[in-house]
Design a protein around this ligand. Structure first.
Ligand SMILES: Nc1nc2c(ncn2[C@@H]2O[C@H](COP(=O)(O)OP(=O)(O)OP(=O)(O)O)[C@@H](O)[C@H]2O)c(=O)[nH]1
Ligand SMILES: [Mg+2]
Length: 323
């Protein structure tokens, strides 16, 4: 399972000590010639497409940048300690642990942030300064979280057809499985359209009424929704995981909005899949109409309704200015 939330201690490198030394001249004068110490290295997080997941950092727990070198006599400055560059996936956020304030969200390739600055090197006694020792590097505890960057998230009841729809729309190597909870971690797919445009889709593992009691796969993965531009709430006409369409849909919405009330601000649409199976579609339609929701009746199997749904999705995402 993908690790996407970790806790780390980070420590900038200590500044190198300034040197106290003298050049003893022939005329017996002492001329100070101790040089400054080098600054400590900083711990820097950099976002990269090629970064491995956060798993490998969890084993580390401490990230320490190197100290600066001490200054020495003859005016030889200590060199700066090298920075510790930590590659993290795009979509990583770093928080100060003590107050959970964001230090930075890293969204772009190559974007970086100094998380723990190295200490300044001490002064040498050259020029009659007082020699000082180097400063400590910054030291803090951070939480590092990775959230998937996708435009549209498929959130639905077990076996409602999320993987099937994702596969249909994108080239994602997923397929529908005839048993529930087949998708155990988020799956991504890119949906190309109109020659040059694309929308990133993400299927989240399914949720249902029992998810909040720890049944199924839990709900932790719902935090990926923080950056969603559209949530597709998906149920299916067989109603295996709810008595009625409204019950299934309310369970989905309750679980998502209880996870984070701010998710209510994210535009959403309801999809009822598997209409080819001919269960009481009329009743389902009546129920959804009574709620005044935007909904689409589709069958991934026959393709019915998928085009209308996608027309809506394209417009929605384009209006948000995200394509
Ligand atoms: N008849 C019919 N079957 C469908 C349709 N869409 C999906 N299925 C089937 O329903 C089953 C479940 O589909 P999935 O795509 O795996 O559903 P899911 O929502 O991803 O399920 P989990 O991730 O396992 O919770 C598979 O056997 C699919 O072939 C449809 O429109 N009509
Ligand atoms: Mg699935």
């Amino acid at each position: 399972m993908l690790v996407d939330k970790i806790h780390l201690k980070v420590q900038g490198g200590r500044g190198g000590k300034g040197c106290e030394s003298y050049n003893h001249r022939k005329d017996h004068k002492k001329v100070p010639n101790g040089a400054d110490g080098g600054d400590g290295g900083s711990v820097i997080f950099r976002a990269s497409h090629n970064a491995p997941g956060l798993d490998r950092l969890r084993l580390k727990q401490h990230l320490d940048a190197a100290s600066g070198e001490h200054g020495s006599s003859d005016n030889k400055r200590g060199s700066k300690g090298p920075d510790l560059i930590v590659l993290v996936p795009i979509g990583t956020s770093i928080y100060r642990r003590e107050n959970h304030l964001a230090i930075r969200d890293l969204y772009l390739e190559g974007e970086e942030v100094i998380v723990a600055k190295g200490g300044r090197g001490g002064s040498g006694n050259i020029g009659d300064k007082t020699a000082t020792s180097g400063e400590e590097g910054e030291n803090l505890e951070i939480d590092v979280e990775f959230r998937i960057m996708a435009d549209v998230f498929l959130v639905g009841l077990p076996s409602s057809g999320k993987s099937s729809l994702l596969h249909h729309l994108t080239r994602a190597p997923v397929e529908g499985k005839d048993y529930p909870f087949a998708t155990r971690s988020p799956v991504l797919g890119v949906h190309p359209y109109d020659d040059y445009k694309q929308i990133n889709f993400c299927e989240l593992p399914s949720i249902f009424e029992g998810s909040t009691d720890g049944r199924g796969l839990g709900t932790d993965f719902l935090r990926h929704l923080a950056r969603a531009k559209l949530i597709v709430f998906m149920i299916d006409a067989t109603l295996k995981f709810s008595h009625t369409a409204i019950e299934g849909l309310s369970a989905l919405q309750r679980i998502v909005y209880e996870h984070d009330a701010a998710f209510r601000q994210i535009p959403s649409v309801v999809v009822v899949n598997k209409i080819d199976l001919g269960h009481d579609i009329g009743k389902i339609q009546e129920e959804l109409q009574s709620l005044g929701l935007i909904y689409f009746l589709i069958s991934v199997k026959t393709g019915e309704g998928v085009e209308s749904l996608m027309k809506f999705v394209h417009e929605k995402i384009e209006n948000e200015g995200h394509v």
